[in-house]
Ligand binder design. Structure first.
Ligand code: NAD
Ligand code: NAG
Length: 438
């Protein structure tokens, strides 16, 4: 980066400007001409040298495609023996029959919790995250700090960086990939649609391309979303229900991911499990989600917007506590069969699954506010508003019987007790000078 800056500096400061005064003696003109030529030569060498140094010093770093949001216009540097040693140490398996798991989106909300849980039980874990600023990156850095203290290293990079992914698989033959990196959020899609295509479609394809070509191929568990149920009105949502009427670009990219997963399973024998998360909440959560910013706004005395559907219809969510989601993710990894391909070719049929991970008890958003009022001991200024038609659906409710039978998934935390833990974390985190809490 500093070299780049230097280069542009050189660019904008050209050598002696070519002004020749014809009334001076030709001798002086020639001397001047020679010196400016010499200067030009010197600067050219400096310039070439700078380019050379730039490439020599970062042999393995590759910039992400430049046609994207400003946030992804970054160059990460990686590679080198020290870096490889760190990667290997983090991915070191410590339990018998443990996995070596690459967790994408590890600095994210779910990624942090899943990484910590895997590490705790003795699996090797390596994180990957681009630390984008969709929401406050300092929260991602704090989660990174938490994982670091638990022996998990997060490589800073983009899932679109094919060279980086190949390098990671070269250093560690990952048995599993827990793919959680994505552009989340429903409303932001109208502001920055490209970021959804970049991370949820292009990035996913890039990851699958690398996974299909390595030997052995890893098994992949990845996060889809309950939003694929879109405008469905039949509840509870079951895995076999239609998912062809998404209400947001976010939902459409997750649905696309499910179809892309089908393709890579079909052609290359990759073992793929998609998890449709239902509104996950908890400590270290995402500041763009309602329970999080309601808490912030309640404490500030700001009015809380509560959406209402047509005819005063209740807007409700099947809020799912993070620990339950983590158990579902681990259950999916534990039951994932091996991929069957090798040498980039399918050798037999491979596992392809999709599961709902919800809580099976939808709660009206107004009840969420009431619980927060009690926990925070403040009175909310409720601002009832019509649900805008920009992506949010009225109701989500998961049928989890399939996950129950296949993964042993059984959520145990109700919204009241889960929010209690969230609020405790929130108050601690934001009052303690952003000091990490465990
Ligand atoms: N939290 C929920 O309620 C919920 C619900 C349904 C689905 N999901 C899905 O679960 C997954 C995890 O969600 P979360 O709540 O932890 O979100 P999050 O935003 O906290 O985590 C995602 C992480 O991925 C990283 N990331 C994004 N694009 C990347 C890229 N191109 N390369 C590398 N890293 C990138 C981000 O920096 C972030 O840290 C996502 O796929 C999300 O779509 C979440
Ligand atoms: C839940 O899904 C299962 C299939 O996994 C199905 O047999 C059952 O009928 C569904 N239950 C409801 C109430 O829709």
């Amino acid at each position: 980066m500093s070299q780049l800056k230097q280069m542009s500096h050189i660019d904008s400061a050209p050598p002696t400007p070519g002004k020749f005064k014809m009334d001076k003696a030709s001798y002086f003109n020639r001397v001047r001409w020679h010196t400016s030529l010499a200067k030009l030569a010197v600067w050219s060498f400096v310039f070439l040298g700078a380019i050379l140094i730039f490439f020599l010093r970062s042999p393995a770093s590759s910039p992400v495609p430049a046609d994207l949001s400003r946030r992804s216009l970054r160059t990460y540097s990686w590679g080198g023996p020290v870096w490889e040693k760190r990667v290997r140490a983090s991915a070191q398996v410590r339990s018998r029959n443990g996995f070596a798991v690459l967790v994408t989106g590890a600095a994210g909300f779910v990624g942090t919790h899943v990484s910590a849980a895997l590490k705790r039980r003795g699996d090797g874990v390596l994180g990957l995250d681009n630390f984008n600023d969709y929401y406050d990156p300092s929260l991602k850095r704090a989660r990174q700090g938490l994982l670091e203290r638990n022996g998990v290293y997060i490589v800073e990079g983009d899932i679109n960086d094919e060279a980086l992914l190949r390098k990671l698989f070269e250093v560690v033959p990952f048995t599993h990939v827990m793919h959680l990196a994505a552009q989340a959020g429903v409303r932001y899609a109208m502001e920055n649609p490209g970021s959804y295509v970049h991370s949820n479609i292009a990035g996913f394809v890039n990851l699958l391309e690398v996974c299909k070509s390595v030997n052995p191929q890893p098994a992949i568990v990845w996060a889809s979303s309950s939003s694929v149920y879109g405008l469905n009105t039949k509840v509870p949502f079951s895995e076999r229900d239609r998912t062809d009427q998404p209400a947001s670009l976010y939902a459409a990219t997750k649905k696309a991911g499910e179809e892309i997963a089908h393709t890579y399973n079909h052609i290359y024998g990759l073992s793929l499990t998609g998890l449709r998360f239902f509104t996950v909440y908890g400590p270290w959560g995402r500041p763009d989600m309602a329970y999080f910013f309601f808490t912030r706004d309640l404490l500030k005395g700001k009015p809380i917007p509560i959406f209402e559907a047509a005819n005063h219809g209740t807007v409700a969510r099947d809020f799912t506590y993070i620990d339950d989601i983590v158990r579902g993710c681990l259950g999916a990894l534990d039951t994932a069969e091996k991929s069957t391909g090798s040498g980039g070719k399918k050798r037999g049929p491979a596992q392809l699954r999709v599961f709902n991970l919800g809580n099976t008890s939808p709660v009206p958003v107004s009840d969420l506010v009431s619980i927060l009022e009690r926990l925070l001991k403040v009175k909310a200024k409720r601002n009832i508003m019509k649900l805008p038609r920009n992506g949010d659906v009225q109701f989500t409710h998961a049928n989890i019987s399939y996950a129950q039978s296949e993964l042993g998934y059984k959520p145990t935390t109700d919204l009241q007790s889960g929010l209690k833990k969230f609020v405790r974390w929130y108050l601690n985190y934001y009052s303690g000078g952003k000091k990490a809490v465990e």
